[in-house]
Design a protein around this ligand. Structure first.
Ligand code: GLV
Ligand code: MN
Ligand code: MN
Length: 416
């Protein structure tokens, strides 16, 4: 069987990426298609149509994940599938390609496979996950819901006072959050999961290599720090009689940053979210909520830095820290890495193996012992999660082609 008879079309992929980027355009400040906002809901309708046009059977589950299924024409229709996909949501004021590339490349790969006339012996599924970015709470919501990995009460939680939670937003789109259990699928329904993504870092671009084969994804911890003070009048309260929550929080931010820096290059940490209450120019801040994101290739490093951070927070008067979520690092499946490598070799495409410092829905599948792989393409300047996120269209096409070839390779391998 000649896998190279499957040929993706760069122009179609380009058009899909351009069309999707119109949903959530935020007045010149990137894309704000945070999960289940109006732009995200409109983008999902658009993508469902594209999946139907491609001949997929389209479903939306109770977690609002979109599923497009291509049944096998020669094998059993209810057999385990090979799944591919990514997420459609973005961070606020994010880029056009994080998540979007993965779902559009998957769509193009499935189109190309259908057009090739090849009869695959197993079904393929295109999965579009809800709230990978965690704009509501903990991220990778859709994929974790699919395998019953949500934390108790998670859908009712948000990261800050007055922010909407997933239960509210699911209701807003007509879903019953009580029925979330209906999304749960058995790992035996999946032979494998394969995600295409932009690298979100500078390695591939700096090497001039179009394809990254991901070896693993780092450990991640997210935490919420709350600092209380006493609110009051900004003009009448003398400086020595104040308890300013933001001044205390500033001390925590600086000390936490120093602790992370001194732990060496194996760990990164960011306090990227701060809510000051009441947040008014002439009122002393009475409460601050801030979110901390820690990542490391080494679980022990993450644990020891986390311990130091807890000490820092607890040594500050009226400051608390709680865990939003921890996600263990995962390794990609060696057989799938090999299959991606073969696909690259067959078309003479240079590749490089690397780790992912970003989190992905592809972190969820290995926890269920489902063989998982990721294909990266370079992004310009290594930039991501910002309006400047950019890719070269030919790299996107290369990623989609390697995905299509690898899906076919894996489908026939699974048959043996
Ligand atoms: C998701 O993009 C993450 O790594 O935060
Ligand atoms: Mn992503
Ligand atoms: Mn992201």
């Amino acid at each position: 069987m000649d896998i190279t008879t499957v040929q993706i079309q760069e122009s179609r992929l380009r058009q899909d990426l351009l069309d999707l980027a119109r949903f959530g355009e935020d007045q010149g400040r990137g894309i704000t298609r945070t999960a289940l906002n109006d732009a995200d809901l409109a983008a999902r309708q658009w993508f469902k149509e594209r999946m139907r046009e491609t001949g997929l059977k389209v479903y939306e589950d109770a977690a609002a994940n979109l599923i497009g299924r291509m049944d096998s024409t020669v094998g059993p229709t209810d057999g385990p599938c090979i799944a591919t996909g990514s997420h459609i949501d973005t961070v606020a004021q994010g880029g056009k390609f994080d998540g979007a590339l993965g779902i559009c490349a998957s769509l193009e790969a499935l189109r190309a496979i259908r057009e090739s006339g090849l009869s695959l012996p197993c079904p393929l599924e295109l999965l579009v996950f809800t709230d990978e970015e965690g704009s509501h709470f903990a991220g990778t919501f859709g994929s974790r819901a699919m395998f019953n990995l949500l934390q108790e009460g998670e859908m009712e939680k948000s990261r800050g006072t007055g922010m909407t939670n997933l239960a509210q937003d699911l209701k807003r789109m007509g879903k019953d959050p009580q029925k979330i259990g209906q999304v749960v699928r058995s790992p035996s329904e999946f032979r494998a999961f394969l995600e295409v993504h932009i690298e979100q870092g500078p390695v591939l671009e700096s090497m001039g290599i179009p394809i990254g084969i991901v070896e693993g994804i780092v450990h991640l911890g997210r935490y919420l720090v709350r600092v209380e003070g006493k609110t009051g009048h900004a003009g009448t309260t003398p400086m020595h009689l104040r308890e300013d929550a933001l001044v205390k929080a500033a001390g925590i931010i600086t000390t936490v940053n120093e602790a992370i820096l001194s732990a060496g290059p194996e760990i990164v940490g960011t306090i990227g979210e701060l809510r000051v209450h009441p947040g008014i120019i002439n009122v002393i801040p009475g409460e601050v909520e801030m979110a901390l994101d820690l990542r490391s290739v080494k679980e022990a490093t993450l644990a020891s830095v986390k311990k130091k951070i807890v000490e820092i927070v607890h040594s500050t008067d009226k400051a608390k820290i709680e865990t939003i979520i921890t996600k263990g690092g995962v390794k990609m499946d060696p057989g799938i890495m090999e299959a991606i490598e073969l696909s690259c070799r067959q078309r003479g495409i240079p590749f490089h193996r690397l780790w992912s410092g970003a989190g992905h829905d592809a972190m969820t599948f290995p926890t269920q012992h489902i063989p998982t792989g990721m294909i990266f393409i370079p992004c310009v300047g290594g930039k991501s999660h910002c309006p400047d996120e950019a890719i070269r269209c030919e790299d996107a096409a290369t990623g989609a082609q390697v995905l299509a070839d690898t899906l076919v390779r894996m489908a026939f391998k699974a048959e043996q």
